[in-house]
Design a protein around this ligand. Structure first.
Ligand code: PMP
Length: 358
């Protein structure tokens, strides 16, 4: 029996997508082989990767002057790849909203100067800092934000106005969850293992004018241009992961696209936040105005009770609810594949647990 999986990532994949993959696992269409066994240069595979790209373009309304790349190395590799490719003046601005932003800062500081324009570390990243534009460097090569903070459960409601400085954002835990104006960004990156499919693929969406300025020390494989010039086929890409991403994109389109998904995502998040707000036992850890739609941390205030909750939830088929070690308590990650019914089942269990543990 399948469980309700609240993992922060790798995360749940819709059963319909898994079933389709299972149906095609051994023999893909009339090829007589699995997608895993196919040459990445074969006609059949080219159709898969091209369709994955065109569907993602359609779902996100990606303008034609943006490249879409499928690379490897996870979102973590982007912490280095972005500065290696974008540093010309050797300067970047960043907002520190959690562990991932800190890692982006750490890697960029190997290659240039990092200007921290805001941080919420003083309150364990429970809010998105208000930014003072006078601190922005107009000569920065880029301005980095983590749009949704997977660990702490915060997200930006508004994008910083960076003028001509390209906005670069880590969308690992919120890509395809809500409508987004791609033209506001210079570069977007996201690891696949939350809303796109299995781990192993990283999606890059970048404005064409940002190509071709990589630092001379940039390894070939870490140069965006290498992948852009060869349509993500410079070397063997993560072929099966890209095929799974295609199935996810098709599923999303069949279910009404990003706008329809956003509506459900808002309803899911509201269901959980509304209960947390009225509960006497459970408390949210994030200021209401910056709450994430995808990752919802909450605590009881007692580490012992938190542990009991996670254990009893698991016995009911509500799994992976333990919070990150730096926050404690619980965290429900409710990406696109989590249904409203899954969230309602969680809330019903929380109500029951509250009554029994008064
Ligand atoms: N950024 C964010 C926002 C994340 O949530 C994660 C992983 N959960 C990462 C970066 C790191 O991704 P990866 O493990 O793919 O390198």
């Amino acid at each position: 029996m399948r469980v309700y999986n609240f993992s922060s990532g790798p995360a749940a994949i819709p059963e319909a997508v898994l079933q389709k993959a299972a149906d095609e696992l051994v023999c893909y269409k009339d090829t007589g082989m699995s997608v895993m066994e196919m040459s990445h240069r074969s006609k059949m595979y080219l159709e898969i990767i091209q369709e994955a790209e065109s569907l993602l373009r359609e779902l996100m309304s990606i303008p034609s002057n943006y490249k879409v790349l499928f690379v490897q190395g996870g979102a973590s590799q982007q912490f280095a790849m972005v500065p290696l490719n974008l540093f010309v003046n050797g300067k970047m601005d960043i907002v520190i909203t959690g562990q991932w932003a800190k890692k982006a800062r750490q890697e960029a500081s190997r290659y240039g100067t990092v200007n921290v324009v805001g941080s919420s570390e003083d309150k364990n990243f429970t809010y998105i800092p208000k930014l003072d534009k006078s601190k922005f460097d107009p000569d920065a090569d880029y301005f980095h934000i983590t749009l949704n903070n997977t660990i702490y459960g915060t997200r930006y409601n508004e994008l910083p106005d960076t003028g001509n400085v390209p906005l670069v954002s880590d969308l690992s835990s919120c890509i395809l969850s809500e409508e987004l104006d791609v033209s506001k960004f210079g570069l977007i990156y996201a690891g696949a293992q939350k809303n796109i499919g299995p781990a192993g693929v990283t999606v890059i969406i970048l404005r064409e004018d940002l190509l071709g300025r990589a630092m001379p020390i940039t390894p070939t494989m870490l140069n965006y241009k290498t992948h852009a010039d060869e349509n993500s086929l410079y070397n063997t890409p993560p072929t099966y992961g890209i095929y799974m991403a295609l199935l996810m994109f098709k599923w999303l389109k069949e279910n009404g696209g990003v706008a329809a998904m956003a509506k459900i995502n808002r309803e899911k998040a509201k269901t959980l936040y509304d209960f947390i707000d009225e509960s006497k036992l459970f408390k949210g850890t994030v200021v209401p105005e910056d709450r994430s739609l995808m990752n919802i941390p909450f605590v009881t205030g007692s580490a012992e009770l938190d542990k009991k909750f996670v254990k009893e939830a698991e016995a009911r088929g509500l799994v992976n609810l333990a919070g990150h070690r730096t926050v404690g308590g619980m965290r429900a990650s409710i990406y696109n594949a989590m249904t409203l019914k899954g969230v309602q089942t969680l809330v019903d269990f929380m109500k029951e647990f509250e009554t029994e543990n008064k």
